[in-house]
Design a protein around this ligand. Structure first.
Ligand SMILES: Cc1cc2nc3c(=O)[nH]c(=O)nc-3n(C[C@H](O)[C@H](O)[C@H](O)COP(=O)(O)OP(=O)(O)OC[C@H]3O[C@@H](n4cnc5c(N)ncnc54)[C@H](O)[C@@H]3O)c2cc1C
Length: 375
């Protein structure tokens, strides 16, 4: 009998737990630990901010969903891992002290490094969790004229909600007859669209933004904020009346100081999703050190690969599955200009790009499927 501990109840951790429960016999104990028993479908947070869905539509009770799948759930805050002793230290929650394991799947996502941008905490809205999305939505409802700045910082690694927020804001203002009173600017730290890794997608996205009268400011690495301005290192400034800014990301601090991470705190893994330099340890999702954007469907695929390989390892076999870093993303909200991109970031093959309203529906269908299959 093996004790398998999965840390993190997001896309990566949940899929790893589900796949392990499918593949392993009852003699093995599978436990999922996460700080909240609520699973949140993050890609729908822009819709939540703009009142297009409710919290109930985009979240479900993880304990309940896991129980149905023969996985124990513990609501607790992970402080750190100790792969040498094979123990996880819990800071607080339903259990205390150290949880021992035989095999570990690390899926704690990314940390928001707001401390890297002076004034972020005091002056920026973001929408990376339910509360912040609702707060931003309230700010939008009080905003009727002026300059709205929607941006990302160097190291954000999540372009989709930036563009979706700009499109959603343009549409919201149009519906209220206030579009002419508001200038909307999208701000990024590098060349426009570079973070997408695909030139044609950047061109299509630029056209869709221009068609929606959204201004683009590139090569603007934000260093600090005041109540009404964003500022770069060399003092360039843009004033705003409404700001939605995604902070830099870093790896989860629970894996720091163990010698398994890169300079930004992301866990080093191989293509079997095994943590490099450690035994019986896998990592999946936003916490791993792969290039490009951090995406939910990558986390789910990595969760599947890790589960299959862990199950094989339990039987004394070599890893059977190898992960390939192919992104698939939808930038919703531009109506017929909504974009689908599929591209492998580990080779030079050109990406597949499509534009149609259909991709909005596909994204929504995916959210409804997750909700239906877990709630
Ligand atoms: C607004 C928004 C829009 C997005 N849009 C898209 C999109 O359109 N398409 C797409 O593919 N992806 C999108 N993403 C990205 C996607 O949601 C993430 O890539 C995905 O959630 C990563 O899954 P994960 O399991 O690695 O991490 P997470 O989903 O972050 O899960 C980590 C889990 O670990 C828990 N946790 C963290 N630290 C601790 C701790 N110390 N102790 C205990 N528990 C802890 C967290 O509470 C969380 O439950 C979006 C994300 C956001 C925020």
């Amino acid at each position: 009998m093996a004790k398998i501990l999965i840390l993190g109840g997001g896309f990566g951790g949940v899929v790893a737990a589900e796949k392990l429960a499918e593949q392993l016999g009852d003699e093995h104990q599978i436990t999922l630990v996460s700080r909240s028993r609520r699973f949140v479908f993050y890609p729908a947070l822009v819709k939540l901010a703009f009142g297009k869905c409710t919290t109930k539509d985009i979240s479900f009770d993880l304990r309940h969903a896991m129980l149905d799948r023969r996985v124990n759930f513990i609501e607790a805050e992970v402080a750190r891992i100790d792969p040498f002793e094979r123990k996880v230290t819990i800071a607080h929650g339903e259990v205390e002290g150290k949880l021992p394991y035989d095999y570990l799947v690390f899926a704690l996502g990314r940390r928001l490094a707001t401390e890297r941008i002076t004034g972020f905490y005091e002056h920026a809205h973001h929408l990376l969790n339910i509360d912040k999305a609702i707060q931003f939505g309230k700010a939008v409802s009080y905003f009727h004229e002026g300059h709205a700045v929607i941006g990302q910082c160097a190291g954000t690694r999540l372009p989709v909600p930036v563009y979706e927020t700009a499109f959603a804001l343009a549409r919201h203002l149009d519906e209220k007859g206030e579009r002419d009173r508001v200038k909307i600017t999208v701000v990024g730290p590098e060349e426009f669209g570079a973070e997408l890794g695909d030139y044609d997608t950047a061109v299509s996205l630029k056209k869709a933004l221009i068609a929606n009268r959204i201004e683009i400011v590139s090569n603007f690495p934000i260093r600090s904020l005041t109540a009404n301005s964003i500022i770069t290192n060399n003092g360039e400034t843009i004033n705003h009346d409404l700001l939605m800014l995604l902070p830099p990301f870093r790896g989860s601090s629970a894996a720091s100081y163990v010698g398994v991470t890169d300079a930004e705190g992301y866990v080093n893994v191989d293509r079997a999703m095994r943590v490099i330099g450690q035994e019986r340890m896998y990592a999946v999702g936003d916490c791993v050190n792969f290039v490009g954007p951090k995406l939910g469907h990558l986390a789910t695929r990595q969760g599947e690969v890790a589960a299959t390989n862990l199950a094989a390892e339990l039987e004394g076999k070599e890893p059977a599955e190898h992960y390939s870093h192919e992104i698939k993303l939808v930038i919703d909200g531009a109506g017929p200009g909504s974009i689908y991109l599929q591209k492998n970031l580990w080779n030079d093959a050109p990406g597949v790009i499509r534009q149609s309203r259909v991709w909005s529906w596909a994204k929504r269908a995916q959210q409804e499927y997750w909700q239906l299959s877990h709630a």
